[in-house]
Design a protein around this ligand. Structure first.
Ligand code: EZ4
Ligand code: CO
Length: 405
């Protein structure tokens, strides 16, 4: 293959409803690639990191040397890891894999070793302001074809349960102004959660894979008790039971329950899950391509996880862009120890800004056969939606103590 050079790179921040950070890299042979560096609530930090510190070092480099560029940005910065650094590296990495696959005239999954399965099983989000509304939402998503379903519900006496929309807005908050404050009660949640899961299991039978996200709010012993109380309902996974920077906490949870555990959407490095995986403390690793150093680093995490029978369950919320979704589907199709992929459909406006080849059909997704990762950005349209400062909410306990959102 002819030698090529990176001749241009720019950051595009756009807000078609929510903020997305995109890196676009162009090469001397007339090819470009795009990568996602979105970090919800901290977007401009990644943008500046790329703009001020990464792009000057990319110009003139050989776009084909993806691993070397990854090492150059990771080791070469001296300051390693962290969500801002790793999202910036991820944006570069995704764009370079996009370029390499376009140069090879192949869909990315072919470069990654080809498909290990026909298509990618995804799970959807369902929720309700009470159990009957949740049951309706589950029925609706089964009708849409989903083969696995995450269930979240408002909790009697708790003003703001995680995963339930406020008013008629779609769930997945990012509000302008300063962060909204929510009020949370773990005892009320622990009392209610088994009743909610039981209602869904009873109505939809034993075969429907059910997932639930505790969103980092429990202590290890609370998580252990919850896992135990849910065993009869056989969850596909219990997600983010405790804040997982304390990897040892999972030992305690594991001693008490056989409910499968998933964690890692806020991880940005293989070191964040080294103990969790090597001690078999979890069943699914949830890191996303955007937040954990891109395709190069996620493949390393997946290979490591495979040694311990841990499977992947990539984070796929609407706060990473369709570029991450597209790239993730190539990754999902090509790793042997794929478990499941999260799917939250983006808004129509977001889909318009990021034209893509991936498709959803009857509960399965496919990255498509376009060369590269198959996702692009319509720069003209993107320019019509300038960045807005937005934040995730914060959570407080009923007495005002700051808690984990
Ligand atoms: O709340 O990505 O499993 N999915 C999640 C997400 C997170 C958001 C935070 O920005 O927990 O919906
Ligand atoms: Co989650």
């Amino acid at each position: 293959m002819q030698e090529s050079k990176i001749i241009d790179a720019k950051v595009i921040v756009t807000c078609p409803g929510r903020n997305f950070v995109t890196l676009k890299i162009a090469t001397s042979d007339g090819i470009y690639g795009v990568g996602d560096g979105t970090l919800n609530g901290r977007e401009l930090a990644v943008s500046a990191y790329l703009q001020e510190h990464v792009i000057p070092c990319l110009l003139g480099r050989d776009p084909d040397r993806i691993e070397d560029t990854w090492q150059y940005l990771y080791r070469g910065a001296y300051w390693r890891r962290g969500p801002v650094t790793m999202a910036a590296i991820a944006a570069v990495d995704m764009a370079l894999w996009d370029i390499k696959a376009k140069r090879a005239n192949m869909p990315l999954y072919q470069l990654l070793g080809g498909r290990c399965r026909e298509h990618v099983t995804v799970y959807s989000h369902t929720n309700g302001h009470d159990i009957p509304e949740l049951l309706d939402s589950v029925a609706k998503h089964i009708e849409l074809g989903y083969k696995a379903i995450r269930v979240q519900c408002a909790i009697p006496g708790v003003p703001d349960a995680y995963g339930v929309p406020h008013g008629d807005k779609p769930y997945e908050p990012a509000d302008s102004g300063i962060p909204r404050e929510e009020v949370w009660s773990t005892p009320k949640y622990l009392n209610f959660a088994p009743k909610m899961i039981e209602a869904v299991r009873t109505k939809f039978g034993p075969d429907l894979p059910l997932l639930h996200d505790a969103h980092h709010r429990l202590t290890p012993i609370e998580a252990a008790a919850l896992g135990k109380s849910l065993e009869d309902f056989r969850l596909f996974w219990l997600e983010d039971a405790t804040p997982a920077e304390d990897q040892q906490a999972f030992r305690l949870i594991r001693q008490h329950t056989t409910t499968p555990l998933a964690v890692g959407e806020v991880f940005n490095s293989i070191f964040d899950c080294q103990q969790l995986i090597s001690e078999r403390l979890i069943d699914y690793i949830r890191a996303s391509l955007t937040h954990a150093g891109g395709i190069t680093h996620m493949r390393r995490i997946a290979s490591f996880a495979d040694l311990y029978s841990v499977r992947t369950g990539c984070h796929g919320p609407t706060d990473v862009s369709p570029i991450c979704m597209g790239a993730a589907l190539h990754f999902d199709l090509s790793v042997p120890n794929f478990g499941i992929q999260e799917h939250m459909p983006h808004s129509a406006q977001t889909d318009e800004v990021f034209p893509h080849a991936y498709t959803f059909n009857n509960g399965y997704m496919h990255p498509g056969e376009r060369s590269g990762h198959g996702v692009d950005i319509d720069e003209k349209l993107a320019a019509r939606f300038p960045h807005k400062r937005m934040y995730l909410p914060i959570a407080r306990l009923e007495d005002g103590t700051l808690h984990n959102w």
